[in-house]
Design a protein around this ligand. Sequence first.
Ligand SMILES: Nc1nc2c(ncn2[C@@H]2O[C@H](COP(=O)(O)OP(=O)(O)OP(=O)(O)O)[C@@H](O)[C@H]2O)c(=O)[nH]1
Ligand SMILES: [Mg+2]
Length: 385
Amino acid sequence: MLKKLFGKKESTETVAVPDAPESVEGEAPPALEEAGPPESSEVPGEEPKLKKGFLRGAWEATKKLALTPVDPWFEAVAKGLDRTRQGLVNQVSSLLRLHGRIDDSLWEELEDILITSDVGTAATEKIISQLRALAKEKKMTTADPLLEELRGILGDVLGYHDEEVPTEPVEPLNIVSGRLNVILMVGVNGTGKTTTTAKLTHRLKGQGHRVILAAADTFRAAAIDQLLVWGARLGVDVIHQNEGSDPAAVVFDAVSAAKARKADVLIVDTAGRLHSKVNLMEELRKIKRVLTREIPDAPHEVLLVLDATTGQNAVNQARTFNDVAELSGLVLAKLDGTAKGGIVIAIRQEFQIPVKYIGLGEKLEDLQVFHPKPFLAALFGESDG
Ligand SMILES: Nc1nc2c(ncn2[C@@H]2O[C@H](COP(=O)(O)OP(=O)(O)OP(=O)(O)O)[C@@H](O)[C@H]2O)c(=O)[nH]1
Ligand SMILES: [Mg+2]
C-alpha cells in the first residue's frame, strides 16, 4: 500500500525492503485500499500542513481509504494464525490420528513437524521428552491423547497458567500518565519497525494518548517519507530532519517537541541499516544516551521488532540486540505471512524477554497484544479458548 502511496517517487528511488521475504513483498495491498468510501471519523479530520508534491498526493490518497472494522481479539489472532494452525497443529493432529501407535517413528515424525514449524531445537527437545514421559506415565497405548498433552506443554512454554485471563487485550507497555513515555523501536531492516510504529500509534491514540513520532531512520529519504505519511494519516506529528542527518539529533529534537506539545508518548522509529560505518548497535546506544540525558528513566520501552517469517534469524537477532539494547519486549511481526508461527514458542523458550505484540497483517488494526490464551486457542482451532 505504501508503495502505491509513494507512487512516482518509488520509480526514481529504491524503497523496496531488501530482506523482506517474497511472500510479504508480493502480498496484495491491504484492505484499506480495497475498502469503500471512508466514514468521516475514520480518516483524521484535520488536514496536516504538508508541503506540496508527493506527500500532498499521499495525503490525498489516504482520504480515499477506510479502515476495516476491528476484529475482536480472539478472532483477530485466529485469523492471523490460520496458516500456522494448518501447518503445525493440523499436521500433528493428522500424524497422531493416522499413526495410531506410539513408537519411535512417531516421535521422529513429530520432531520433524515441530522443527519445520520453527519451534526450535531446544523447545522441540523439551516438548518431545515431556510427551514421552507423559505417554509412559499414563500408559498410553494410542497416540491421539498426545494432542491434548501437547497443548498443555505448549502452554507451559508460553507461560500460560490458568490465572485469570483478560477478555480484552491489556496494553503490555510501561506507560505512566503524567510523564512523557518514550518507546524505542529497534530491529534489522525490513522486519516491520515502521509499520509497527504506525500500528502502535493507532492503538495508543485510540486509548486517548497524545502520541508524537520521531523519524530516527535517516538512512533513506523514503523511510522518513513513509513515517510522514503514516503520521498524516494518523493525525500525529512526526519530528524529522533530512536524509543522512544524525538520528540522535532527531531524537533530541523530538524529545523537546514532545515535551513542548505535552505529548504522552514519543515513539522513535530507528533504522535497520546505516549510511556510515558506524555500527548499528553503537548508533542505538547513542540514541539511548541522548534519551536518558533528556529523561533519566527513558526509554521506557525498547521493543525489538522481529520478522516471524525469518525463523532462526529472528532468534539470533533477539540475542544480538538484547546484548546491547536492554530490550523490554519483542514484537513478532508478519505472523500472518507464515505457517511457521512456532517461532513464538522458540522465542519464549529461549528468552526471558516478553513477546508483547504480534503483527498479523499490514493494516493498522493488525497489531495484537500477545497473550498465550488467544494464541493457543488460535493454534488449536478453538473459537474462544
Ligand atoms: N503481512 C504482514 N506484513 C507486514 C507486517 N508488518 C509489516 N509488514 C510489511 O513488511 C514490510 C516492511 O515493513 P516496514 O515497517 O517498512 O519495515 P522496517 O523494519 O521499518 O524496514 P526498514 O525501515 O527498511 O528497516 C512492509 O511491506 C510492511 O507492510 C505484518 O504484521 N504482516
Ligand atoms: Mg522503517
